[in-house]
Ligand binder design. Structure first.
Ligand code: FES
Length: 569
């Protein structure tokens, strides 16, 4: 291994530690125990998103320790640094959720700025909760230095009344309890049982969806994402990341070599095939934006139309992420799609091999139950993928619907019940004021209007908990949690804050959601909408200083991934 001053792997860190003028810098590093040998090796920044604010990231110190040990074994010098994390579940249902999407931007900014300022040669990043992996990949795309991501893994299922449960069940139980369909004792027992230890929320919600997609994109080692947080294999997977990042650095495989349009199309394919979180649309758009890949919402719809739905995972299906690991993990999904010719198999990965080569080389376990967790492509759950992009006079730039209905489609015409903000909607639902046939419209919750595009899991779970599984719809310029199910349309763009048509809806209007025709419309003439537009005025901003006011000004439309921009793109 080359440790000479001319080692090309050290092109960035050399600037910070070589020569007499860098004696102060080395002195600072020596204060932390670094040796002469360390200075002659590549510096690998290790972003550790460990925190006590959420079980999703609670165990990441341990995982990161293994990653660092692996880097040392492979001849690198790991330098660990933290970023922030917000717990989506704990932020859910109150004003705090406005911090969630902002946290994605802060994670991306933190990693970018630390790696930039310290001159790291490569990056390894360990993340868990929803916004972690998107933030990590956005930073990787901006920095374009060799990067390997590692997902921290899912929580194990809890057991309640003889069935596997996750935190989604607790959110829905709140609605059932409010409707008198669940006792306080049962709610308490479920609360205590649902989350049995560290790891991310257990279904195919946003964090697990992004864990699957980071492998699909080729930015993580195949087979590492589905391993549960507490499984012993997680530590050995973490150790292997150390060697991987050193190999990726040696081969100079850069994030933008991996994050190509083909890689994004593969990721969309997998999200559609599984019925992954609608947040994946937002995050893939944002990562593509940072990688300067020309991805559009139309790409999601086109690919979803051509993709059979094969994932039988909660919230739409029956199984949890830990079950997926048992039957083969992400490689099982990719293997099914590859065999059916539904992947761009020549997309490069961080190993230097293509995704097709990686999938073929991966030893899959022979487990019959695998056919129940991920259906064969030739016998899918539905012929179409589960992610649908809707357009119409209510969302001219687009809106996102995830099909969780067993029929595989949504056709809903109902009466608008309009709420400015999540709290007002939640109160109406809790007071049983929402009836069958209603379309709950929640607005001023978009990227700018919220700000921060809150997720509406408390609202959607309360609707479901009251027994309105498919007879009440919801339309919002906010987001949904990956745990949301039912006829729920989010990411409506343009949002109410910028005067989008959702701002013009009134109680009693008729709204149609039609997944077959990709339509979302309000039954009003263009003239009537224009007349309402003339009368519309923007409300006063809720925040006038601090981070929320700052990000309100920086967020782009949901149709462009709601990432922060300071230029018009
Ligand atoms: Fe972190 Fe659900 S709160 S994954």
């Amino acid at each position: 291994m080359n440790h000479t001053p001319n080692d090309p792997r050290r092109a960035r860190s050399r600037v910070t530690v070589e020569g007499p003028e860098r004696a102060p810098h080395r002195s600072m590093y020596r204060a932390m125990g670094l040796s002469d040998k360390d200075f002659q090796q590549p510096f690998v920044g290790v972003a550790n998103l460990a925190t006590e604010v959420t079980p999703c990231n609670f165990h990441l110190d341990q995982v990161t320790r293994e990653v660092k040990a692996g880097i040392r074994e492979a001849g690198g010098t790991p330098i660990e640094f933290p970023t922030i994390t917000v717990s989506d579940a704990i932020a859910m249902g109150h004003q705090g959720m406005k911090g969630s999407l902002i946290s994605r931007e802060i994670i991306a900014d933190s990693i970018e700025i630390v790696a930039f300022a310290e001159g790291f040669d490569a990056l390894a990043a360990v993340g868990g909760c929803d916004k972690n992996l998107p933030g990590i990949l956005m930073a990787a795309a901006r920095l374009n230095i060799p990067t390997v991501a590692l997902y921290g893994g899912t929580m194990m299922p809890g057991r309640f009344q003889g069935r596997d449960v996750s935190v989604e069940d607790v959110f829905e139980a709140v609605g059932a309890h409010a409707a008198g369909r669940m006792s306080a004792e049962d709610l308490d027992a479920l609360e205590r049982a649902a989350c049995p230890g560290p790891g991310t929320c257990g279904g195919l919600f946003t964090a697990n969806t992004m864990g699957i997609l980071v492998e699909t994109l080729g930015m993580a080692k195949l087979g590492t994402s589905a391993i549960p947080a507490v499984h012993p294999d997680r530590q050995s997977a973490a150790r292997s990341i150390g060697a991987q990042v050193m190999n990726t650095l040696a081969a100079q495989i850069l994030p933008r070599d991996v994050l190509t349009l083909n890689a994004f199309e593969n990721a969309i394919r997998v999200a559609a095939a599984l019925g992954g979180s609608t947040n994946s649309v937002l995050h893939l758009m944002a990562i593509a934006g940072e990688a300067e890949v020309p991805l559009t919402l139309e790409d999601f719809d086109r690919i979803s139309r051509e993709t059979p739905h094969i994932g039988n995972l909660k919230p739409g299906g029956e199984y949890l992420m830990a079950d997926l690991h048992r039957v083969g993990g992400v490689p099982l999904i990719l293997h099914r799609l590859l065999k059916a010719g539904l992947l761009h198999e020549d997309a490069l990965t961080i190993t230097g091999r293509t995704i097709g080569e990686e999938i073929r080389a991966y030893p899959l376990p022979e487990i019959q139950e695998g056919e129940r967790v991920v259906f064969p492509v030739e016998k899918p759950i539905h012929q179409d993928g589960a992610l649908v992009i809707l357009k119409g006079n209510l969302a001219s730039e687009g809106a996102v619907l995830k099909i969780t209905d067993p029929n595989g489609s949504v056709s809903f015409t109902g009466t608008a019940r309009v709420f400015d903000g999540e709290e007002a909607a939640f109160e109406a639902i809790s007071q049983d004021r929402i009836k069958s046939g209603d379309v709950v419209v929640i607005r001023y919750e978009g990227p700018q209007g919220g700000p921060g595009m809150r997720e509406m899991l408390s609202v959607t779970a309360a609707i479901i908990g009251q027994g309105h599984v498919s007879d009440v719809a919801m339309v919002t310029d906010g987001r949904f949690s990956g745990a949301t199910r039912g006829p729920m349309v989010g990411h409506v763009a343009p949002e109410a804050w910028v005067g989008g048509a959702i701002a013009l809806v009134e109680d009693g209007d008729t709204i149609t959601i039609d997944s077959q025709n990709r339509q979302i419309s309000i039954h009003l003439s263009d003239e009537a909408l224009q007349e309402r537009q003339r009368r519309w005025t923007r409300p006063e901003p809720r925040y006038t200083k601090g981070a929320l006011a700052k990000y309100q000004r920086l967020f782009a439309s949901a149709s462009r991934g709601a990432r922060t921009t300071i230029w018009d793109q």
